[in-house]
Each structure stands twice: as C-alpha cells, then as structure tokens.
Design a binder for this molecule. Structure first.
Ligand code: 6R9
Length: 649
C-alpha cells in the first residue's frame, strides 16, 4: 500500500518551537534519563515548594505512580495568578454562545475574581479540601470557574457531561460520594434547551435512594427557564457570588493530591472514576498543549470539545490556561445555525489553532465545501484531530479544504487515562501521513505486543502498550485500586495496556486501528457495550441483550443491539422505540441504539459465552466469512440472525 507523505511545511518549520532535530534529541533524553528530563520540564509550572524527587513509579505489583511527590503547588494559581502581572488584561476565555450574536470575553483578571468568589461560595457552604464536587454544566465560562474554584481550595471535581441522563448522573454522584453539585437552570444547544436543573433534581432523588444525600446545589442562571426550587438546598450562583470576597487564598496542594475524577467507560461493569492528581498532570497538560499545537504567546486557541470529556479538561481549561493562552469555549453545535458555523467562528475570533474530532469533520464534509469556502480562515495555522481514528478521506478534506494546504494536521492519540496527548505529530517537526498519529511525545514509550504478550519489533500490528510512566498518567480508579491494576496492568504484566490495536510502519509511525476490547467509539465518545446491554436488560420486556459496533459513516461506529425478549413479548417498531427511549433514560442520548434486532436466540458457546465475533460480522453485513462456528451450542440461531439482520447494504 502506498501512503502519501506530507513533508513538514516550511512556514511551520520556521516558526516552530520544536524542529525535527530537537524532537529527536529531546525524545532520546526523555527515555534515557526521565529523571533529568522531567526534572527540568517540571519547572514550567510554579511551585510553592519545589520538588526534590521527580519520578517514583512502578507498573509492577500494587502499581504506584508518583511524580514530583514532595513538590507543593496549586493548579488555579498556575492557571490564573501567575499570569496577572504580565497579562491581567489579556483575554483568558472567549465565550461563543449557541446563538451567533451571543459572546463574551473574560480577561485573566476577571477570571481571578470569578474563580475566587466561587471558591469562597464553596467554602462558605462547607466544601473542604478533598471533598468531591460534581459539575453538571453547559459550555459556559462558569464551568471553567467551577473547575478552577475546586482546584483553588483543593476540592476534587467530577464533571458529568450535560448529555448524560439523571440516572447516569446519580450513579456518578453515588460512586464518589459527592454531596455538592454545580449546575445551571438549562443548557442551550442548537437552539434547544436542556433541562439540567430538572435532571439534577431527579438525580439527587435517585442518589438519595443510593445512600448519598446531596447537601447543596449551586445553580447558574443561563436561560432563565423555569425550575423547581428547594430553598434549603439550592443556591443561585449570581446571588451567592455577590455576597463573598473577591479574593481567596489558594490551598497548598501536594503534587499527588487529587485534582479531578472523570468517569469513563470500560469493557466491563459500570464506568470507572479515573483519578488524576495535581503536579504531574498540569506539567504534562501544559507541555503537550504548547508543543503539540506549537502554541505561541498571543495565539487564539480553540478546542471544540465539551468540558465533560477529558479533552475539555486538558485542552480547553488546564493546559491552555496554565500557558497563559486565550482559549475559546463554544456552547453550540457545528451545524447551527448552519454547517458553516465553525468557520464563521474561526473568522470572527481570528482563531489560530483549531482542534476538533473526526466525527465533526466527516459530518461537515458531507454538507459540501461551500460552507467552508465562504469563510476566509486566513488566521488558521494549526489543525488538530482527536477522539477516534481519522480516516484518510476526512484527513485530506481537513488539510486541503479547511486548511488550504497551509496548516499541519496534528492527529493526537490519547485517552482519559493518559491525561494528555501521547502519540502525535509536532507541527514543525513531523512529516504527516493521513490517518497516522505518527510518533510518541517526549517520555512516551509505546510497545506493540501480540495476544500472548510477545513483544513485536519493527513494522508490526499488535496491541498497544506503554512501558513506562509519564507525568499525566491516571493514578488509580477512584475507590478501587484493584480494578485499576486489573484493567490496565494485568493483561500484559508490567505494562500499561491501552485497549487499542495499533500498527507501526517501516518509518516507526503509529497507526491506531481502534479498540480491541468491548468499548465502542461513537462520535468520539467512549461507550461500553456492557453498559448498553445492562440498560437494555433493565427493561421489563427484555430477557437478554448483546451489543456490538458497526461501521457508521458519520459516527465512526454505530450501536447495534441484539435483543431477546421475555416469553410472551413480541418485537415491533413500537417496542424498538420504547427500548431506545429506555436506553436514553438510563444513560443518555449518546448511547441511543442505531439498530435493534429482535433475536429469539443469541449465538453462544456450549459454556454459554456469547460469540460477539459472529454478532459483529452480521452487524457489519459481512457474514460471508463467519469463521469457525463449530463451537456454537445451536448453529441454527445464526441463520435466523442473518435472515433478520437490520443492517443490509
Ligand atoms: C482523548 C480521548 C480514548 C480512545 C482511545 C482510542 C480513541 C482517541 C484517537 C483515537 C485513533 C486518535 N482515540 N484519539 N483513536 N486516533 N487520534 O478521546 O479520550 O474519550 O478516553 O477515548 O479514543 O480508541 O483508546 P477517551
């Protein structure tokens, strides 16, 4: 297969912080002498007490990961206070509302005051260092204030994406025993209101039944929509911040004190609370933000993610603000009022660096080039992609049409667990191949292994592991360290297993091929098949369910559900609709099944294991080669599944 290579663009090389020779030299040092390398780069953030120890990590036994452990710092002072002298009047956050006529700018000095006031509100309501605060917010500046206010007083935030249902929100509140919630009356996306406060009220009731009593809810007034009010519990944000001081001293945090929990889907069980800590995370998020996007002082930077996902944590809020950047926060959707919105916003705010997901690129590509070409986009310099493998067609469109062959595309591979980008091009250093995340960032040592754990050298296809720690790595699964060890370090002893398949080519470039476990990637959102299955079987009509992914033009993967009904139930379109509604209620709209096939039986081995391989093939409409079916308990079920498949081409 011949692959097109795009050499480093000359202007990108000229202005870049890192050229290829520097990349090579730094990379070599970072793996030969991690202590020395990170000891130096750890100084990029300010410390109240400098660290003397740099790295203390082990992927063996109990797995223990500590970076800069005797250093003392605070994430909010690094993101705000330290910039005040030089850039107090510089814009920290540009907010672009759902409505194109709605925007505002918040300077670093204003950010300081907003964050301090909210931190004081939290304190006044009894939030203490180490307490968990749940944030369930639309994409408004107050979401960033909430994160930074928690960081300022040492509280641990757990953001729950605003698209999740009351049930999903309640599960996360209960798991981390969070008795404090920050939300808004309603969110607004694509002109439609989202009832965040009403969802929160419901979630609090459910959490109460689960044994966690939420004591206070701070509510930001976003739309002015009608909400129910519980005066002993609910607090209006605008009233509360008006009555407290505009200064709040930062808590002195140890490098390994928790900063946040973020729930993410795995191949089994309920979502895991991924725990990130303070010092190493901020060093890694800020350093990757600077070098991967070749960020220079004064650049306008825009990441279109939601703060409910890890990309929003590291690359809307913490990385950019630690670097004193101007970061754009977008409340809306790429297709409202029309499919040219993103490029209109690029022109309006003169965006230099733009970071989005392949699913958005594919969706906009399908709307035609005119929506892009009506804008000038001359401010753009670097384009980024994250969340799932980007198919070469979408890459080429992004590079040629959006970037007019002027802007390097950085295809950044990473995970909630990794805290920051691990495999990526650098704009001034790396020749690009469409569809490849290219080379490891400093300090990252990828390794490919086969199913038995044998290390594969040279050009090879295998499972992607990382052999040593980097500062942004997650430290544990909140409340369940054993699950952390089992999920990430037990499959291949002594290595962090990513769950992704990957190919390394003859140039040493990495090509992520997608998850090798039962995790789906739907529009860049991680979704465990087990979660969707358990939502389906919690419906009265369902006795058994198996969920697999299938290729979807826009979403990357769609959700295909095989459902066996209780005796006496019959499959119908009405029941399909009811099941979709039920899954949306249990998890949220992002888990909406695309296809539901009623199946009298599922293909199982004689020991009762569902053979997902076969279900995947049928969902892909590729049942010519089902492989070995000899271990099936009842081969006849397969014929029925094929005859009634929902995904005919
Ligand atoms: C940051 C984020 C992680 C999973 C990951 C992989 C997929 C992310 C990718 C990519 C290919 C890329 N993924 N970026 N696959 N190329 N550039 O997305 O975190 O939500 O935890 O998802 O997403 O499969 O394992 P998260």
């Amino acid at each position: 297969m011949s692959v097109k290579t795009y050499p480093v663009l000359e202007p990108a090389k000229q202005r870049a912080l890192i050229d290829d020779a520097t990349y090579q030299a730094w990379y070599r040092q970072s793996v030969a002498d991690p202590e020395g390398f990170w000891g130096e780069h750890g100084k990029r953030i300010d410390w109240f007490t400098p660290y003397t120890k740099v790295k203390n990590t082990s992927f063996e036994g109990d797995v223990s990961i500590k970076w800069f452990e005797d250093g003392v710092t605070n994430v909010s002072t690094n993101c705000i206070d330290r910039h005040l002298e030089k850039r107090g009047d510089q814009v920290a956050i540009i907010w672009e509302g759902d409505n194109p006529y709605d925007d505002k700018k918040i300077t670093y000095r204003e950010l300081y005051e907003h964050v301090c006031r909210l931190a004081n509100v939290l304190k006044a309501n009894g939030v203490q260092q180490g307490d968990r605060v749940t944030i369930y917010m639309p994409m408004i500046p107050e979401a960033a204030y909430a994160m930074l206010a928690c960081a300022r007083i040492g509280a641990v935030h757990s953001i729950v994406f605003g698209g999740f249902s009351p049930d999903a929100l309640a599960g996360r509140i209960v798991d981390c025993q969070s008795t404090f919630v920050i939300t808004a009356d309603e969110g607004l996306r694509g002109g439609k209101p989202i009832p965040l406060k009403a969802n929160t009220d419901q979630a609090i009731e459910i959490a109460g039944r689960g044994g966690v009593e939420v004591k206070s809810v701070v509510v930001v007034r976003r739309t002015g929509g009608k909400v129910n009010w519980f005066s002993e519990r609910d607090i209006w944000y605008h009233q509360a911040v008006a009555t407290v001081e505009a200064d709040c001293p930062p808590a002195k945090m140890k490098a390994e004190d928790p900063l946040f929990i973020l729930y993410t889907s795995g191949s089994t069980g309920k979502p895991k609370g991924v725990l990130h800590t303070t010092g190493g995370y901020l060093v890694y998020a800020s350093m990757t933000h600077q070098y991967v996007f070749d960020y220079h002082d004064g650049d306008i930077y825009w990441c279109t993610a939601d703060v409910g996902w890890v990309t929003g944590h590291s690359y809307i809020v913490y990385g950019p603000l630690a670097n004193g950047a101007t970061t754009l926060m977008f409340e809306g959707v790429p297709t409202y009022p029309d499919a040219g919105r993103l490029w209109d916003v690029v022109d309006k705010h003169k965006v230099n660096i733009f970071y989005t997901a392949p699913t958005a690129i594919r969706a906009l590509m399908g709307q035609g080039d005119a929506f892009v070409t009506r804008s000038s986009r001359t401010s753009l310099r670097t384009l980024g992609s994250v969340g799932e493998p980007i198919n070469p067609e979408a890459w080429e469109w992004y590079y040629h049409i959006v970037g007019e062959d002027r802007c390097p595309v950085v295809d950044t591979w990473w995970q909630t667990e990794t805290g920051g980008i691990l495999i990526t091009p650098l704009p001034g250093a790396t020749a690009l191949k469409p569809g490849s995340a290219t080379r490891p960032f400093f300090g990252v040592q990828p390794q490919l292994v086969d199913a038995e754990g044998k290390v594969l050298d040279g050009a090879a296809d295998g499972n992607l592991c990382i052999t040593d720690s980097w500062p942004g790595q997650m430290r544990t699964v909140y409340g369940d360290h054993e699950r952390f060890i089992q999920t990430y370090f037990a499959t291949y002893k002594g290595k962090y297993f990513t769950g992704d398949g990957c190919r390394r080519d003859e140039d040493g470039y990495y090509w992520i091929t997608g998850r090798v476990d039962d995790v789906l990637n739907v529009s860049g959102h991680r979704m465990g098949t087990a979660e969707v299955e358990s939502a389906l079987v919690s419906h009265d009509a369902v006795s058994e369910a198996a969920v697999v992914g299938y290729p979807h033009d826009i979403k990357g993967q769609g959700i295909y559900c095989y459902v066996t009904l209780m005796v006496g139930q019959t499959g119908s379109d009405d029941l399909r609709k009811a099941l979709i509604t039920h899954v949306r209620k249990e998890i949220g709209a992002i888990a909406s099944p695309d296809k539901i096939q009623f199946a009298p039986g599922l293909p199982k081995t004689r020991s009762g294991k569902i053979m997902r391989r076969i279900l995947r093939k049928i969902a892909e409409d590729d049942f010519g080669a089902l492989g070995d079916t000899s271990t099936l308990a009842d081969p006849a079920v397969v014929d029925d599944l094929i005859a009634n498949r929902q995904n005919r081409k």
